[in-house]
Ligand binder design. Structure first.
Ligand code: TYD
Length: 211
């Protein structure tokens, strides 16, 4: 079987985890081997990097933050993602380069093109076969996160609403620029309905008959 690399993107609270779990169950039920992973934190080294980027109390210089995400990604792609795709597995990953472009490149103002090029170097150019963008109104996403976690936000989640609006716009702009790679789904719809749309897009990629 041909290996596939599928990424899930979207703002906080858009439901990436729920969708990835539902998609994993369906792929496995159809006989595909799935590697569920995420960035930051998909490796032991990445877990330590994740701790720094999400929970460091002091100031982290924006360029240092961008390079930490890129370092996590470089190690993850070489040791987890590429080997799994080479084995013929389906890699289902929460967040990838597009998150760096949206959060560090656009919302933090470091420059979309530069951040993309840092990530492309880090990954030696590995591009997803499909990127599912779960698009959701920022206020709704933040309300979901707050109710799920009892109102505690990590460093990035506690940024101002304008930051998250700019992340959302950045993702939508990327999707518009690369329509053949992106599937944009309205994440305000019920989880089951979102999942049907996602499965319909994934099915032909993995050789499963459309549900
Ligand atoms: P994630 O683990 O997906 O958290 P959540 O479940 O809350 O969406 O991502 C953690 C945070 O890391 C999220 O706020 C987005 C941020 N992030 C970046 O800023 N740049 C990146 O390159 C990546 C991968 C994540």
């Amino acid at each position: 079987m041909t290996g596939r690399f599928i990424t899930l993107e979207g703002g906080d609270g858009a439901g990436k985890t729920t969708q990835a779990e539902l998609l994993t169950a369906w792929l496995e039920a159809n006989g595909r081997s799935v590697v569920r992973t995420r960035e930051p934190g998909g490796t032991d080294l990445g877990v330590r990097i994740r701790e720094i980027v999400l929970h460091e109390r002091g100031h982290v210089a924006p360029r240092a933050e961008a390079l930490l995400y890129a370092a996590d990604r470089a190690h993850h792609v070489e040791t987890v993602v590429r080997p799994a795709v080479a084995r013929g597995d389906v890699v289902l990953q929460d967040r990838y380069t597009d998150s760096s472009v949206a959060y560090q490149g656009v919302a933090r103002g470091l420059g979309a093109a530069q951040i993309r090029s840092v990530s492309e170097w880090a990954t030696d150019g590995l591009t997803p076969d499909l990127t599912v963008l779960l698009d959701l109104d920022v206020t709704e996403g933040r309300a979901r996160v707050a109710s799920a976690r009892g109102d505690t936000f990590d460093r990035l989640e506690s940024q101002a609403a304008a930051f998250h609006e700019s992340v959302r716009r950045a993702f939508l702009d990327m999707a518009r620029a690369e329509p053949e790679r992106f599937l944009v789904v309205d994440a305000a719809a019920p989880a089951d309905a979102v999942q049907q749309v996602v499965r319909a897009a994934v099915a032909p990629l993995v050789g499963i008959d459309v549900p």
